[in-house]
Design a protein around this ligand. Structure first.
Ligand SMILES: Nc1ncnc2c1ncn2[C@@H]1O[C@H](COP(=O)(O)OP(=O)(O)O)[C@@H](O)[C@H]1O
Ligand SMILES: O=P(O)(O)OC[C@H]1O[C@](O)(COP(=O)(O)O)[C@@H](O)[C@@H]1O
Ligand SMILES: [Mg+2]
Length: 321
């Protein structure tokens, strides 16, 4: 049971909805009479002792904003036991009895080590546009990022169709194809190339040529950054097909923007659960969603397993192409 204070942080790549989750954690804890500290810039701020007390007003006017009001960072020093000990000491001296970490697979791995080494109770929330946290269908921010990509695909389709061009769209996802797959299907892409699935470039180009010969006016290829370089692919595809090809690399535009209703709602629900669970004595859990319902996942299971891309989505993308 937590009696006095918890801390909250966001870590790794920011994702739209992190603010909504943090707001829910802060307001729930305060409602329960527990003090809340905000750690700035992820593990970096924990190590540098950049930690502030939060009030209900600290989280006003942020539910509609992307990014994270706490700031985030990638912190190599936290990967060492000495770094984690230093971070823990900064929490301990303030009387912090438990920690909510909002971040992706890497941040939660860091949290699991901190818990193991120091015993501090930790509750994680999956915050990443990559949707690559094991044990949950949903991660905070993926829906907003997918909507941003779909908006781009709609616009690119207009111009592709007008010119009978092939449009290649490179999206984020170094190791994970979830974002590419979901946005590719929802945006009606002809091909979705992801790091998890091998693709036959020659066959794809042959198919596109045949489709154009039969009257098709455009072809949209979504490629996750981890499946190859969009620019390089564009050159090869144009060469092999002889069809005018253009490439758009969406980049960090995918990470920003006002969160969708889905991300605001789910982040708020997860934030409340995280605060209540931590205060009532839970530790080493991650809250997520499975089939529309909030679920709690063991933190160590979550970080020790790799979430695989749903083969049903891979199949669906092919069928609908
Ligand atoms: N294996 C690890 N051990 C300890 N800390 C880690 C580990 N992996 C990641 N972290 C911490 O979490 C931070 C964010 O991780 P990263 O993988 O970049 O983002 P995300 O959490 O969004 O997946 C890292 O900069 C590091 O401080
Ligand atoms: O912010 P950076 O360093 O450009 O990182 C880009 C990477 O971050 C992401 O946007 C999100 O990844 P994480 O949530 O694991 O941090 C990836 O899709 C992308 O490959
Ligand atoms: Mg990650």
């Amino acid at each position: 049971m937590i009696k006095k204070a918890i801390a909250i942080m966001t870590s790794g790549g920011d994702s739209p909805g992190m603010n909504a989750a943090a707001r829910a954690v802060v307001r729930t804890a305060l409602y329960e009479g527990v003090q809340v500290y905000g750690i700035k810039d992820g593990y970096d701020g924990m190590l540098k002792d950049d930690i502030i007390e939060l009030t209900s007003r600290s989280v006003s006017d942020i539910i509609q904003r992307g990014g994270t009001f706490l700031g985030t960072a990638r912190c190599p020093e936290f990967k060492t036991p000495e770094g984690r000990r230093k971070g823990y000491e900064n929490l301990k001296k303030r009387g912090v009895e438990g920690l909510v970490i909002i971040g992706g697979d890497g941040s939660l791995t860091g949290g699991s080590l901190l818990s193991k080494e120091t015993g501090i109770p930790i509750v994680g929330l999956p915050g990443t546009i990559d949707n690559d946290v094991w044990g949950t269908d949903y991660t905070i921010g993926c829906d907003t990022a997918a909507n941003t990509i779909v908006d781009a695909l709609n616009k690119l389709r207009d111009t592709a169709s007008a010119h009978r061009r092939i449009m290649i769209v490179e999206v984020m996802g170094h190791k994970s194809g979830w974002l590419a797959m979901e946005s590719g299907i929802a945006g009606g892409a002809e091909y979705v190339l992801v790091p998890e699935v091998k693709y036959d470039l020659d066959q794809m180009c042959e198919d596109i040529k045949a489709q154009y010969a039969a009257g098709k006016r455009y072809s949209i290829i979504v490629i996750a950054e981890g499946a190859g370089d969009g620019m390089g692919l564009g050159k090869i595809v144009e060469e092999k097909t002889g069809i005018d090809t253009r490439v758009s690399v969406l980049g960090h535009i995918q990470r920003g923007g006002s969160p969708t209703v889905e991300d605001r709602m789910k982040a708020s629900m997860l934030g409340e659960k995280a605060a209540l669970a931590l205060i009532s004595g839970a530790s080493d859990v991650v809250f997520g969603f499975e089939q529309g319902k909030v679920v709690s996942i063991n933190l160590f299971d979550s970080v020790n397993n790799k979430k695989t891309l749903d083969p049903e989505l891979v199949r669906l993308a092919r069928v609908l192409a």
